[in-house]
Write a protein that binds this ligand. Structure first.
Ligand code: ADQ
Length: 726
């Protein structure tokens, strides 16, 4: 059995990182590569392969049949995701058979991992082939830290949304199973966050997303190269020999180099067109320049790739036929994988490196070229569509769709004085040297490790089963209780429009049952207007707080204003809120007696985010000399009277009553006013995973109902047993 290392940016980078870890024993933690072995393996040979791969290469093979590979790898990965994510929607195939196979293979990987992974292991999943895997692993093994890195671009929402609804949702949810998701550039990170917001509705805070069950961090980690390896390589004897040989062959020519996999995303045809135009418009360079084009075979058998290979070869033939003469071949084309020493020799003899992808996640060739130019000479021409352009702005930047730009850049590069070449390269070299591939990988893994702490902290504030039992126990043993319950998002899930949140029989029954205990004061603390609360809860023995505390109603009594208010301001502010609502489809204004609210739950989330911030700013300016305040609720901006909030309202009950048990439940910022003023011994719970003044968090509204149901259960415990806590 023979083993060969596969080619490509990902393998090159990670192999170097693993080597650096081996050189530093302190970092050399155990690792295992899990992946497809690169070929179909007969069932009779599989055990032997597993054994050898584990023993000699710390690798664990996941076997796939030819048919699976056909639909999974050539199909969904390379005929759906690859073209779409590289902005080639017309090449994208939307076949449900491919999608089904993609789901199945991600599941196969999850099964394979469950054989080898241990709790508390760190799992780093790479690339677009396994975008559903993070979630599958998290469900099966919640204690495993899961990182995911995408090596290709993440497209903008307008392109990503071309995927059928089920696919795009499951891909995003699959990725969000990871604890940390990494991209090469800020743009891809931004696109991803945008898609998550628009498709799944999750907002982010400083690129942290709070999903229903965990925190996900999304960040940018531009992948580097093994800088030392490339900068030392030209001096290696083998490479030097090859470089010398090449130099003497090409002695009469300036050399322009290009190196890439055969792929339509790499812009090989555009490059040839640009070169063609360069020769045509600069006859002085004819006979003096050679384009050395190294193309590595890739995805053989896929229609677009086979067609492209033919087109490239035709184009090369055309240029050579048109300009070539005895002793000068304008394009020297090699269609093969070249060993490392030859690659470095090519980099070393080239005056210019021409990198023209139409889209590229990063592009390591550009970085490798700069790193090998140890004497500082050489010019890099780089497409603005490559992720690496962000770190290599000193290159000559071109738009690969414009062949004239390529032609002009070639002339400029060939005529750039040596001093200027060195100046540019030195800056880029310093940058590449600092953020090399091991830094990149360590940075990613350290971030992943750090998240464990954040997550542990969040988990620590979640109401644990033990703390839950204690709350119930304290409740049962207490004699006078105040229960302050927010309504929307706490007692009931958030719905699209305020009018749709009418309490159902189960919730009314639960409140009635809690209210039937004479020891209980149930107070519903809401931002809603008093008429809705009256209609829904008027015949229950509960207290009501409307408009975030502007109106109060003790059980069985009538409504009271918290204090007298002048509402003359509404005449001035309402038209402004209306204008903002008109500008944003889906937004609307709710006028209450003492406050006004601008709701945007139904609106486009991104536009709404901007307008909500703008409106808040605008309102804050207008109210600066009044006793009004602007508050941000859940998808609502509200103007209310200052000093009126849920906390001040609840204190009326707390001061008037000798409670020995207080429970407060709420889900948004307006509930924080309540949590802040409660006595220390009170039980306060914020619904949702968010930073809070409350003592605990509960994951969701279902957990709230569950807790209240436990409280409402009849108790056999004597009510006389306890004293008021000190
Ligand atoms: P690739 O599409 O494979 O990688 P790239 O980043 O250029 O593209 O990496 C190619 C690697 O293969 C380089 O290390 C290069 O030296 C080597 N290589 C290319 N042609 C070769 C040849 N003819 N012979 C020998 N070696 C050759 C994907 C994404 C990229 C992203 C990387 C890393 O498409 O955008 O930069 O992953 O994340």
């Amino acid at each position: 059995m023979t083993f060969n290392e596969s080619a490509g940016g990902l393998v090159t980078g990670l192999a170097s990182f693993m080597q650096s870890r081996r050189r530093a024993p302190a970092l050399n933690v155990d690792h295992l590569w899990v992946g497809w072995p690169g070929c179909t393996v007969d069932v009779s040979l599989r055990d032997q392969l597993i054994h050898e791969a584990l023993a000699s290469f710390q690798s664990f093979p996941v076997f796939l049949t030819d048919e699976q590979m056909e639909k999974f790898y050539l199909g969904f990965c390379n005929a759906t995701i690859w073209p779409l994510f590289h902005y080639f929607p017309t090449f994208t195939e939307y076949q449900s058979g491919y999608w089904e196979q993609y789901k199945e293979i991600n599941q196969v990987f999850c099964e394979a991992l469950s054989d080898v992974i241990r709790p508390n292991d760190v799992l780093w999943i790479h690339d677009y082939h396994l975008m559903l895997l993070p979630r599958l692993v998290k469900i099966r093994m919640p204690r495993v830290s899961v990182g995911f890195f995408l090596h290709i671009p993440f497209p903008s929402f307008e392109v990503f949304r071309l995927l059928p609804g089920e696919w795009r949702r499951e891909i995003l949810e699959g990725l969000l199973g990871a604890d940390l998701i990494g991209f090469h550039t800020y743009e891809y990170t931004h696109h991803f966050l945008q898609c998550v917001l628009r498709i799944l509705g999750y907002e982010h805070q400083m690129a942290q997303i709070l999903t229903a069950d965990h925190v996900v961090k999304v960040d940018t980690f531009p992948m580097g190269i093994d800088y030392e390896k490339f900068s030392n390589a030209p001096a290696e004897p083998d490479t030097e020999r090859e470089t010398q040989a090449l130099r003497s062959t090409l002695a009469e020519f300036k050399v322009v180099l290009s190196v890439d996999r055969l792929d339509y995303s790499k812009g090989i045809l555009n490059r040839l067109e640009g070169y063609d135009l360069f020769l045509e418009s600069n006859p002085q360079f004819q006979g003096k320049v050679v384009l050395l084009m190294i193309v590595v075979p890739s995805r053989i058998g896929v229609l677009q790739y086979d067609r492209m290979k033919r087109q490239v070869e035709e184009r090369v033939g055309k240029i050579n036929g048109r300009f070539g003469r005895v002793g000068w071949t304008p394009v020297v084309y090699q269609y093969r994988h070249v060993p490392f020493s030859s690659l470095v020799a090519f980099y070393s003899v080239s005056d210019v490196c021409l990198v023209t992808p139409l889209r590229d996640g990063m592009n390591l060739v550009a970085k490798e070229y700069v790193a090998t130019r140890t004497d500082g000479t050489g010019m890099l021409i780089l497409s603005e569509m490559a992720g690496s352009v962000k770190e290599l702005p000193e290159a000559i930047i071109i738009n690969p769709n414009n062949r004239r730009e390529i032609a002009v850049a070639l002339k400029e590069a060939l005529e750039t004085p040596l001093e200027e070449q060195k100046r540019r390269n030195q800056i880029m070299q310093r940058r590449l040297k600092r953020y090399h591939v091991s830094r990149w990988a360590n940075d990613f893994l350290n971030n992943l490790g750090g998240l464990r702490e954040v997550q542990d902290h969040i988990e620590a504030t979640l109401l644990s089963p033990k703390a839950r039992r204690e709350v119930i126990d304290r409740y049962k043993k207490s004699r006078r209780r105040g229960l302050f319950l927010d309504y929307d998002g706490t007692l009931t899930p958030l719905v699209r429009s305020p009018a749709m949140a009418k309490p159902d029989d189960m919730r009314l029954g639960l409140l009635r049952s809690l209210a039937s205990d004479p020891a209980n004061d149930i107070v519903i603390t809401s931002g809603r207007d008093r008429h809705s609360l009256q209609e829904w809860f008027g015949d229950l023995r509960v207290g009501l707080v409307a408009e975030h505390g502007a109106w109060l109603k003790r059980a069985g009594e009538s409504w009271q204003l918290f204090k007298p208010f002048s509402v003359a301001w509404k005449r001035q502010l309402l038209p402004i809120l209306e204008i903002y609502a008109d500008r944003l489809p889906g937004a609307f204004v709710e006028e209450k007696e003492n406050s006004t609210a601008w709701h945007y739950r139904l609106a486009d989330p991104e536009q709404a985010g901007f307008l909500a911030a703008e409106l808040t700013d605008h309102l804050l300016n207008l109210i600066s000399k009044t006793d009004l305040q602007v508050i941000q609720g859940s998808k609502v901006v509200e103007v209310t009277h200052a000093g009126v909030d849920k906390g001040s309202a609840a204190l009326k009950w707390i001061i008037e009553n000798e409670y020995d048990f207080v429970l407060a439940l709420g889900d948004d910022l307006t509930d924080e006013d309540l949590f802040r003023v409660l006595p220390e011994w009170a039980v306060s719970i914020r619904v949702g995973i968010a930073g809070t003044h409350a003592r605990h968090n509960l994951r969701n509204n279902a957990d709230v109902i569950d807790l209240l149901q436990s409280l409402a259960l009849p108790s056999s415990v004597s009510l006389k047993a306890t004293h008021r806590p000190s």
